[in-house]
Each structure stands twice: as structure tokens, then as C-alpha cells.
Design a protein around this ligand. Structure first.
Ligand code: NAD
Length: 368
């Protein structure tokens, strides 16, 4: 029996609406399982700017450092378009990722059978799809220095982004991917561009050593990132866990995600280094604050509920409870309930709250 500290950061726009449904799931678990969650809620993004003048306060950062896991809704919206760049809503999220050193971004691409027809690929290619993309999140092209635009004279400019990776950065992300594969389909693909980039050569060399020395029980492959993009469309079910750098991961995870339907369905996790058996972790839906549908009861809460489900699996070692959440989502979709974003002919459209309530009711049946 354990007692966990969970920090909820609903944020802006539809963030508080979808987070309300996560709170319902946490309440349900508190009444059902041996473990219990102490829930604290704090402001982030535009809501924090309005209250405190900054997108995340030091006090909230302290809470984030202490928490066993964080679940975030979404930040941003037109209301804060004019604020200074360094205190814009997204800066709160970036500070959380940076200060907690969340270097591993996990993006599952799961195709629920009930939604297979919503994919842009044929049903037989995506039905039952379950890929985990592991993207390096704190290095590579988005952070390497120099990163600048310089004047060249005569109206010309020169822009530079630098791609940098070190051996320890590659080792730790490859290990995260391999540890996940051990708990899943036991297969890993590492994607890089060793044919044209030095970082690709090093990535390939380090990944290969880790595969051979530490994970000989897994089926490990190297794949060029451009071929990987093609294979994801040609035969996505050949992949189990796919590990790649920050830039390629940004593209490949969006590509894989779109095979599965709506933005409102996509969860994610960002994990830090393991220390004394625990690691810092932030769980959030892939979508933003959706100002166009805020306050209308139209938001799909599944991405955020599934993000909390990932925390049960990866932060709280509550795999059985995570399975209940995932199966409840699949069953509710199978029963024909849909929020507006995933509505199909012959199905029943429900509100954010009704979808959350249906998932909790299904969890109750599964746990009985
Ligand atoms: P968005 O993801 O908020 O919305 C894109 C479209 O998807 C909209 O039509 C929206 O209604 C729909 N959508 C998104 N989530 C949905 C859900 N759960 N249910 C139903 N429909 C959903 O992206 P955007 O419109 O480009 O950005 C809006 C704001 O969100 C901007 O301020 C942007 O900076 C911010 N943003 C934040 C994050 C984050 O917090 N991680 C991510 C992306 C964008």
C-alpha cells in the first residue's frame, strides 16, 4: 500500500475541462485500490500569468519537484498572444520540462478498433496498431549551439542550427526504449541518418553497443529515419518501440499519431532520469488548449485520461489499474459513444462530462 503525491496542472482553455474528468478517475481509484493519491492542483500557463504574472511560479516548481507525477492539461490561447516572449504561457511548460530534465518523450500511437475507419490509412493497416515512439527531448537540433541568424551584408542572412549529441545522452534514451520494449513486444527500432550526419553515426554506434551488451534478449534494428517515415505508412504494425532523436522524433511521432484519428485521443509522457527507483515525470495530452471549443462541453477528455493512465503504468507501477483505464476507453468507444471530434454516422454524440462518466462507469464494471 502506497501513498502518492499527484500534481495536477489544468492550465488554459479546455485544460480545466479535460482535467476535471481525470480528477473523477483519481477519486474513483482512491476508493478502489490499496494505493492512494494526494492530489494538489496549481496554475500554469496563461492562468498563472493572470494570477501571478509568470507562467509558472517558483512555488509550483517546488511542488513539481516533490510530486511523484504531474498531469498537465494544456497551456496558451489568444488572450496571451501579446505577452512578452519569455513569460508566454508555453514558457511555463518549457521550464517544467527543462528543470525536471525530462529527456524521454513517450508517444503511443494506438488505434482503437472502433476508430480504425477514422484513420487516413486502410483499416487492415491500422486496426490493432500499438507503437511506442520514444523521442529524445532535451538535446539535438532544437538545443544545439550555435543557433543563430547572422547578417551577411547585401540583404543576405545566414541561419544556423546545430545538431549535437553525446554518448551519455544517446545511452540513456536507448535504455528507456529498450526497457519499455521488454515490457511490450520485445522489439526496438533505432532511427537516425548515419548516411549523412555525424550525429547519426554516433547514435547508431552507441545504440548498437547498448543493444548488444545490455539487451540481447530483444529484437533490435537500425533504420534510416527517412525510410522509417515510409515504413510507418507502408506497414506500421512492423514497429513496437521506435527510438529516435529530437528532430526526427518530432516528425515521426506526429506521423504515427495521425494514423490513429483525432488529436483528442493522443496521450504522452515525458520522463526524467531514474534515481533511487523513481523518476520525474510529466503526463499530458498532445493537443493544445483548443480555444475554439473551450467551455462548450465539446472537448474529448480521452487523451488526458489516457495520459493519467500512462502515469499509473510508468510512475506508480499500477499496471492493472492502467489496463482498466485503457480497456474502459476501448469499450466505451466500442459501445458507440463519441465526443464531437470523433463523431461518426450511427454513433451517439456525448459531452466531455458524459464521456468521462461513461469511462468511469466502465472502469467500475471491469473492476467488479
Ligand atoms: P489545439 O491542439 O489546441 O487545437 C487544434 C484543433 O484540434 C482545434 O480545432 C481543436 O478544437 C481540436 N482539438 C484539440 N484538442 C481537442 C480535444 N481534446 N477534443 C476535441 N477537439 C480538440 O492546437 P492550436 O489550435 O494550434 O493551439 C491552440 C493553443 O494551444 C495555442 O495557444 C497553442 O500555442 C497552444 N498549444 C499548447 C500545447 C500544450 O499545452 N502542450 C500544445 C499545442 C498547442
Amino acid at each position: 500500500m502506497a501513498n502518492y503525491d499527484l500534481l495536477l496542472l489544468p492550465g488554459d482553455g479546455i485544460g480545466p475541462e479535460v482535467m476535471g474528468e481525470v480528477e473523477g478517475v483519481v477519486d474513483w481509484l482512491n476508493g478502489q485500490t490499496q494505493n492512494s493519491f494526494n492530489v494538489e492542483t496549481a496554475l500554469v500557463g496563461g492562468a498563472a500569468i493572470d494570477a501571478d504574472g509568470v507562467p509558472v511560479t517558483d512555488e509550483t516548481m517546488d511542488k513539481a519537484m516533490q510530486a511523484d507525477a504531474i498531469v498537465l492539461g494544456a497551456v496558451g490561447g489568444p488572450k496571451w498572444d501579446g505577452v512578452a516572449f519569455d513569460i508566454r504561457p508555453e514558457a511555463g511548460l518549457l521550464r517544467l520540462r527543462k528543470d525536471l530534465d525530462l529527456f524521454a518523450n513517450l508517444r503511443p500511437a494506438i488505434c482503437y478498433p472502433a476508430l480504425a475507419d477514422a484513420s487516413s490509412l486502410k483499416r487492415e493497416l491500422v486496426e490493432g496498431l500499438d507503437i511506442m515512439i520514444v523521442r529524445e527531448l532535451t538535446g539535438g537540433t532544437y538545443f544545439g549551439e550555435p543557433k543563430e541568424i547572422t547578417e551577411q551584408g547585401e540583404g543576405h542572412k545566414r541561419a544556423v542550427d546545430t545538431t549535437v549529441y553525446t554518448t551519455p545522452e544517446i545511452e540513456r534514451i536507448v535504455r528507456v526504449a529498450c526497457d519499455l520494449a521488454r515490457k511490450r513486444g520485445k522489439k526496438v527500432h533505432s532511427a537516425e541518418k548515419r548516411n549523412v550526419m555525424h550525429t547519426g553515426v554516433l547514435w547508431n554506434e552507441v545504440a548498437d553497443r547498448i543493444f548488444k551488451e545490455e539487451y540481447s534478449d530483444l529484437e533490435c534494428h537500425h533504420i534510416l529515419a527517412d525510410n522509417c517515415a515510409m515504413q510507418l505508412i507502408r506497414n506500421p504494425k512492423q514497429f513496437d518501440v521506435l527510438v529516435t532523436d529530437n528532430l526526427f522524433g518530432d516528425m515521426l511521432s506526429d506521423e504515427a499519431a495521425m494514423m490513429t484519428g483525432s488529436l483528442g485521443m493522443l496521450p504522452s509522457a515525458s520522463l526524467g532520469a531514474e534515481e533511487a527507483g523513481t523518476r520525474k515525470s510529466l503526463y499530458e495530452p498532445v493537443h493544445g488548449s483548443a480555444p475554439d471549443i473551450t467551455g462548450k462541453g465539446l472537448a474529448n477528455p480521452i487523451a488526458t485520461i489516457a495520459s493519467f493512465g500512462m502515469s499509473l503504468r510508468y510512475s506508480f507501477d499500477m499496471g492493472d489499474a492502467a489496463d482498466i483505464v485503457d480497456t474502459a476507453i476501448a469499450n466505451v468507444l466500442e459501445s458507440g459513444l463519441r465526443t464531437a471530434d470523433i463523431m461518426q454516422d450511427g454513433m451517439k454524440q456525448v459531452s466531455t462530462k458524459d464521456m468521462g462518466a461513461a469511462i468511469r462507469a466502465e472502469m467500475g464494471k471491469l473492476a467488479a
